[in-house]
Design a binder for this molecule. Structure first.
Ligand code: UN1
Length: 515
């Protein structure tokens, strides 16, 4: 049961330092912008204007980058555990603001409050993870082939890290990147989604206080809210940004990967998913139902890990879908800050159009709508839709592409090999799951013969990954990995060292070279 909340917009704004009119650039300290080009933040629940923000101009970008580069030179000189101590304080500040920041995520993005809180928890978790990491950014000692030589590997700070994030996780994905970047000794420059600027302003306000208190340059954390065509392009083309971590559509990733790759920069790309759950006849169907339901309906289908396809063994197909449809009919749709609500609005009218177009395309391509399928007009200006289940062939063009909406495609299989084939037969490769009590089926799914995704689970769903694992996927998902495990290495510069402590010169590979 979601926690009851009576949090008002005024209380959220007060707690997080937000106003009706703001400016979109920050490098520690005051907000500024001189573009005279404004964006509006809307509440997707009722279309209400939350705030107007003057976007960062190209000149503002220059100023921020100047500061970010200077801050990097100071920050990289602090011992990593000291950097970790400051990130620990960021985690503490987030704990204190958790309820308000979680509510802001619900207000501006539309996910329900328990998920907004979960998103802030993900930020706190990555801070804790990064604190531990700050004492363990370690490389191995390697065996040299030469006598009295030692080899080792060490990791150095990389520079200013660019972070481009999407609306759907408007705070957590930034934290995954920045908490790691900071303990690694980097400064970070964030271009948040223009659909969720207030979330970005609130995060920067929180960390500004922490950095100021510790007397370190505020420009370790930087924000430029602005147009893709100005700020986004400046950022990806900037040779002073050695690594760009970007979350968004495959099309956007292709552009970013191309531009950053052409200047031989690094990228972490987190792009579209087309995540499926295989439901075997050997599965605990109650568990499968709960996981598939959350995966498909949670966050109104707007996670990159959302469950988009169910591949169900034919003997349990009807029984399973009957229960799933019954659940769908009970979904309470409405204000995400109301504790009774299970599904909030889509982010904007564009998303509603995508939802409608996908359903029309599915029908044209032989799909049968089993439940849902309608935009909810009674909500007026808001962007509510029904969660939808469509029976359709995996080969249908619409099934092959990601629609960021609560549309679930369902299909049957006979033999498990066929399920694996259907599973992998999409261009994307982010998250995947199998529900089965058969050890053999489960192990096969995790083997080279099974899922081709970056994330593969048994008896849990596709969404809601923990921060401790490396997060990301293959194929059109972009190949990036961020968050846990050893993803930190992408935020640092690896150096191989060979030290001769014996005095005599020995050439490798036995080469002789004397005058
Ligand atoms: C995303 O949708 O961009 O695994 C990230 C999950 C979350 C993160 C999703 N921890 O669903």
């Amino acid at each position: 049961m979601a926690k009851k909340t009576k949090i008002t917009k005024a209380a959220i704004f007060r707690a997080l330092g937000l106003k009706a009119k703001m400016k979109g650039a920050n490098c520690g300290g005051e907000w500024f912008a001189d573009s005279k080009d404004y964006i509006t933040s809307f509440n997707p629940t009722n279309g209400e204007v939350l705030a107007r923000i003057e976007q960062a101009s190209s000149r503002d970008y220059d100023k921020v980058m100047r500061e970010a580069r200077k801050a990097f030179l100071v920050w990289r000189g602090l011992p990593a555990p000291q950097r970790g101590e400051i990130v620990r304080q960021v985690g503490e500040a987030l704990r204190q603001k958790k309820e308000m920041l979680g509510a802001l995520v619900s207000l501006e993005m539309g996910k329900i409050y328990t998920e907004g809180l979960g998103e802030v928890q993900e930020m706190i978790d990555i801070c804790d993870f990064a604190v531990g990491l700050s004492r363990n950014l370690s490389g191995p000692t390697l065996q040299s082939e030469r006598p009295k030589h030692r080899m080792m590997e060490q990791w150095h700070p990389l520079g200013v890290i660019g972070v481009i994030s999407a609306f759907n996780f408007p705070v957590a994905v930034w934290a995954w990147n920045t908490a790691l970047a900071w303990v690694c000794g980097d400064s970070a420059l964030w271009k948040p989604s223009s659909k969720t600027p207030l979330c970005a302003i609130a995060c920067q306000n929180i960390v500004n206080e922490v950095f100021a208190k510790n007397d370190v340059p505020g420009a370790i954390s930087n924000v430029t809210i602005g147009r893709g065509s100005t700020i986004g392009e400046r950022l990806i083309n900037d040779k002073h940004i050695p690594m760009v971590s970007a979350t968004g559509s495959t099309r956007m990733g292709q552009r970013i990967g191309g531009v950053v790759g052409a200047r031989l920069g690094r990228t972490i790309l987190e792009l579209g998913g087309n995540n499926a759950v295989i439901i075997s006849e050997k599965a605990d169907l109650t568990g499968a139902l709960a996981s598939a339901f959350f995966g498909a309906v949670g966050t109104a289908g707007q996670r990159c890990t959302s469950t988009r396809r169910l591949i169900i063994q034919e003997t349990v197909y009807d029984k399973f879908l009957k229960k799933m449809i019954a659940n769908y009919k009970k979904v309470a749709i409405g204000d995400p800050l109301d504790s009774k609500t299970l599904m909030g609005p889509l982010i904007d009218e564009g998303a509603v159009k995508d939802y409608e177009n996908a359903i029309a395309a599915a029908r044209e391509q032989g799909g049968k709508v089993l439940c849902g399928g309608k935009v909810l007009k009674p909500f007026g200006a808001a962007t509510f839709v029904q969660p939808t289940i469509i029976e359709i062939d995996n080969k249908a063009a619409i099934v092959q592409s990601e629609t960021f909406a609560p549309i679930l495609y369902v299909m049957k299989y006979k033999k498990i090999e066929q399920a694996f084939k259907l599973h992998n037969d999409v261009p994307q490769g982010l998250s995947s799951a199998i529900y089965t009590d058969s050890v053999n089926e489960g192990e096969a799914f995790l083997s080279y013969l099974g899922s081709d995704c970056g994330i593969a689970n048994i008896n849990i769903g596709t969404s809601g990954a923990e921060i401790g694992g490396a997060f990301g996927g293959e194929k059109e998902t972009g190949g990036g990995r961020e968050s846990g495990s050893d993803a930190w290495k992408l935020y640092m510069r690896r150096q191989t060292n060979t030290i001769n402590w014996g005095g005599e010169v020995h050439l490798a590979q036995g080469v002789e070279f004397h005058a």
